[in-house]
Design a protein around this ligand. Structure first.
Ligand code: ZN
Length: 113
């Protein structure tokens, strides 16, 4: 599976997860160039950096994509980076892992409230 195919699957599963969770996800945009890994607007648009070549290094980054999707999805429920946000973000990361059949390590928690 190329990263692009894997991303298509991840996108599909992210929408499924958003639906399961009642999150108002409208669109996941792909950004081919570096910058921030992901952004999210509160009207349900997530923008994610997608590595395109399926090298080993890029494969590792695809997990980062999954983690970023979980992070940005969690912002559709919780603004800021408080404890509720991180707990929910971790839960979404695990749920996305199960849906994809790929283990995605949750992010390191940095509670800012
Ligand atoms: Zn955030």
């Amino acid at each position: 599976m190329t990263n692009s195919e894997l991303f298509n699957l991840m996108e599909k599963k992210a929408f499924e997860l958003a639906k399961d969770e009642g999150l108002a996800l409208k669109l996941i945009k792909r950004r081919p160039r570096a910058g921030t890994v992901g952004t999210c607007t509160y009207d349900g648009i997530i923008s994610i950096l997608i590595p395109s070549s399926p090298t080993m290094e890029e494969r590792v980054k695809i997990q980062e994509v999954g983690r970023t999707i979980a992070h940005e999805l969690a912002h559709l429920r919780h603004q800021g980076h408080g404890l509720n946000f991180w707990t929910y973000s971790m839960l979404l990361c695990m749920k996305l892992s199960i849906k994809l059949g790929i283990h995605i390590m949750p992010e390191k928690v940095m509670v800012s409230e």
